[in-house]
Design a protein around this ligand. Structure first.
Ligand SMILES: Nc1ncnc2c1ncn2[C@@H]1O[C@H](COP(=O)(O)OP(=O)(O)OP(=O)(O)O)[C@@H](O)[C@H]1O
Ligand SMILES: [Mg+2]
Length: 435
């Protein structure tokens, strides 16, 4: 066999041709020995054998890595090859997700080259964008320094492609191109609950008590759906006021599912050794035992309820020592039946004590140290619904007083006869006021 032919054959990476070529080399051993001046050819042949095997293996894997046609999930897109920069496991998982995939250039256009920043969190920066004239979006770009990894990115995608609820922020799509991981959500024009309670938005306009109650109820319903609505119970693991977003109608929606996990089932080994959550909201029992249950979300939601009542952050070391922890500070006053001392001064004159007490009690139960003593989401929903009914009835009652009173004012020419035994009959309030 001429030497040129041998080199040409080696360059061809198809397995069968390589195989036959090796046979040729062995048969033509005398020619090879002659050309190397009698030096033993065995090690050289062995090296060639290994090299050929490697070339054959690579050529088998190559089309898969470069995005040749492959089986994908229900959603088929020519852009699927863009996920090739992800690790193989994550790449495979993304193939089966039925969610829209965007090109990076489309997102650059939608955000005017990522010019309007809305906020920033552990995942990265959030930008405002417009996909069409009417569809506003929030685009979350994973920063290179993010401690949240590709696993959180794919968890969010997998989970949100599976579940849908009025009180959960849906996912519009994603982009995984040019080493970027980007998530696209509908824009929640009223921002986060945290910002509305004690951020910049709170300085502009304070949230009234009734709106706070309906936000709490909406978020509770979203979380309840997560726990019980799907085929398996999902634990959010990062419930906090910045992960409760408000749409243009002030409807609360739970966001950020990057840390979420399916609740461990019977027979599962320890579900997760990595404890996840945010300081101030983290269930101390989960932290110590590393045993994950829905009661961890209940604890965090209890902290959110306290934030709603008090208009304060869960931890603040710039306050006097007794006020560092919102739970400890509030508990002190609640156990002394003094809720006026902890209620956000911005709503101090606009709540019905009975409704407030319902929320205070369920909040305090939710942050019990022992998880077994904490309520379920359905108990919390019931209490919040009752509180809202009480509050609505009270405000209707107040409204009726005002309209009767204003009726008198507007008809000032009307004179009550001096001998009249006219007696005003106000509707009896459903609520009994306690303090
Ligand atoms: N869909 C959205 N619509 C409007 N604003 C949003 C949206 N998603 C996020 N934001 C804004 O961006 C901010 C940052 O969000 P992000 O989820 O990245 O961080 P975080 O929740 O504040 O903190 P962490 O990363 O620790 O959860 C939010 O507080 C919110 O104000
Ligand atoms: Mg968030």
């Amino acid at each position: 066999m001429p030497r040129d032919h041998f080199q040409l054959e080696l360059g061809n990476n198809r397995y069968f041709q390589n195989h036959y070529q090796i046979q040729d080399i062995v048969l033509d051993k005398n020619w090879l020995i002659g050309s190397f001046g009698g030096i033993s050819i065995a090690p050289f042949l062995l090296f060639l054998l290994v090299l050929t095997f490697l070339v054959a293996t690579c050529s088998y894997r190559l089309p898969k890595k470069l995005g040749s046609p492959r089986k994908s999930g229900i959603f088929q897109s020519p852009l699927r090859q863009d996920v090739k920069n992800l690790p193989e496991q994550e790449e495979k998982e993304l193939q089966s997700i039925n969610i829209q995939q965007f090109l990076l250039q489309d997102l650059k256009k939608a955000t005017h080259n990522f010019s309007t920043m809305i906020g920033e969190g552990g995942f990265g920066v959030v930008y405002h964008g417009c996909l069409t004239d009417v569809q506003q979006v929030a685009i979350k770009v994973r920063s290179a320094s993010s401690f949240q990894g590709i696993r959180e990115f794919t968890t969010e995608l997998k989970l949100l492609s599976d579940i849908q609820h009025e009180n959960l922020v849906p996912l519009i799509g994603f982009c995984a191109a040019e080493q970027q991981q980007i998530l696209v959500y509908p824009y929640m024009s009223n921002g986060s609950l945290q910002d509305r309670l004690y951020g910049k938005a709170a300085l502009r306009k304070c949230l009234d008590w009734q709106t706070r109650l309906s936000i709490a109820l909406g978020a509770a319903q979203g979380l309840h759906y997560l726990h019980t609505g799907g085929h398996r119970c999902i634990i959010h693991r990062d419930i906090k006021s910045s992960n409760i977003l408000l749409d243009d109608r002030m409807v609360a929606k739970v966001a950020d599912f990057g840390f979420s996990k399916y609740a461990p089932q019977e027979g599962d080994s320890i579900a997760s050794l990595e404890v996840r959550g945010t300081t101030g909201y983290l269930d101390p029992e989960y932290y110590v035992t590393q045993k994950l249950t829905v009661k961890s979300d209940i604890f965090s939601f209890g902290v959110v309820l306290l934030e709603i009542i008090c208009g304060r952050e869960p931890l603040n070391i710039h306050r006097p020592r007794v006020e560092w922890s919102l739970i400890e500070w509030a508990r002190l006053f609640i156990t002394n039946s003094n809720i006026q001392a902890i209620v956000d001064p911005a709503i101090s004159s606009s709540y019905t004590p009975e409704a407030m007490w319902r929320v205070v009690e369920i909040a305090l139960c939710s942050v019990e140290h022992h998880s077994a003593r904490r309520p379920n989401m359905s108990d919390i929903i019931r209490e919040l619904e009752d509180a809202l009914i009480i509050e609505n009835n009270a405000s209707q009652y107040m409204g009726s007083i005002e309209s009767v009173a204003s009726g008198f004012r507007s008809s000032s020419s009307f004179k009550i006869p001096a001998n009249s035994s006219f007696n005003l009959q106000f509707p009896v309030p459903i609520t009994s006021q306690t303090s």
